[in-house]
Design a protein around this ligand. Structure first.
Ligand SMILES: [Zn+2]
Length: 312
């Protein structure tokens, strides 16, 4: 691989992220002539339920202050689905779907109810999981006009039922996990057929949640050092963060990365490259585990053999 490749995965978790973050990201991506992969929560914004849950957990206040969560998400979002009714994220903005597609971005599914998926997936039956995926898929098809070709699990939360259902949907790929390179998943000893493209870099909120970073320059330096390595990188950003309070910083980061010769690809193209030669893609165990700076468990690709770089 001659130059570093970066796929930008943009998760849209909330109504406000869709209304304000997505248009801002469309503007800066257009200015840099970069195409990215957007994953939108298709159903209701129940963020207030997540905020309520956080209030009941130790360390909440510290985390809120460090990450400026209320500033980032806004008070309306913090109450959505509890004191105030849940707003529909995807169905409220059909014009944004058209705009994203017209600009050459890829649009996939980020669950139906982000909060419910994140909290309950591990306890959902096969039927409940299929219902959740089915509802999201129907809204996508209704808004976009064709069936979704990719999805990304809310909160990187995975279950064997979910992976089995994804095998049956026949989408091109899924980006549900954290890891180092494309793979076919194994969970609880069962091998699945669909391709996983994992996020390879820590997220902004994880870095902000650690004690190592003391400002925007630190964060820029960190991402530059990691992404300048000639390899395949996938970053997950959030419409609610890099599209809002951190949008200027993210805009500048893209400029710095372009100056260093980083090439940008939509994740779909990365997936198609992998699927062109599936024998080079290994099966890897997917385990729910902890990552620094992140509360709760996420699906992590396990690498057993010595790491081989995947060439693109
Ligand atoms: Zn999300």
């Amino acid at each position: 691989m001659r130059s570093p490749i970066l796929g930008i995965k943009i998760d849209v978790d909330t109504y406000r992220g869709m209304r304000e973050g997505v248009p801002a990201l469309i503007r800066i991506l257009a200015a840099h002539k970069i195409r990215a992969s957007f994953f939108v929560s298709m159903g209701p914004d129940n963020s207030g339920k997540a905020v309520l849950r956080f209030f009941t957990k130790r360390g909440f206040l510290k985390k809120m202050l460090r990450s400026n969560a209320v500033g980032m998400y806004g008070i309306r979002t913090a109450l959505s689905g509890t004191l105030l009714p849940a707003r529909q994220i995807a169905r409220s903005f059909p014009e944004l779907f058209r705009e994203l597609i017209a600009q050459g971005h890829e649009v996939g599914i980020h669950g139906f109810d982000h909060v419910r998926w994140h909290d309950r997936l591990s306890r959902m039956s096969y039927e409940e999981t299929a219902k959740e995926i089915g509802k999201a898929s129907r809204i996508y098809t209704e808004l976009v006009g064709w069936d979704a070709e990719c999805s990304a699990a809310p909160g990187w939360t995975c279950s064997p039922h979910q992976l089995a259902i994804q095998d049956a949907t026949g989408m091109i790929y899924h980006s549900d996990s954290r890891g180092t390179r494309p793979f076919f998943p194994i969970m609880n000893g069962k091998r699945y057929r669909h391709l996983q493209i994992p996020t390879t870099l820590p997220t902004l909120d994880e870095l902000l949640g650690s004690d190592t970073f003391h400002g925007a320059d630190d964060l820029t330096r960190y991402y530059l050092d990691r992404i300048a390595v000639p390899s395949l990188h996938i970053i997950t950003i959030h419409a609610e963060a890099e599209g809002m309070a951190w949008v200027k910083w993210f805009d500048a980061l893209l400029g710095v990365l372009q100056g260093k010769g980083v090439q940008f690809m939509r994740i779909r193209e990365i997936a198609e490259d992998s699927l062109a030669d599936p024998d080079r893609v290994s099966h890897c165990e997917l385990l729910m585990g902890n990552l620094p700076g992140r509360a709760g468990l996420v699906a992590i690709q396990q690498i057993q053999e010595p790491t081989r770089r995947v060439e693109y």
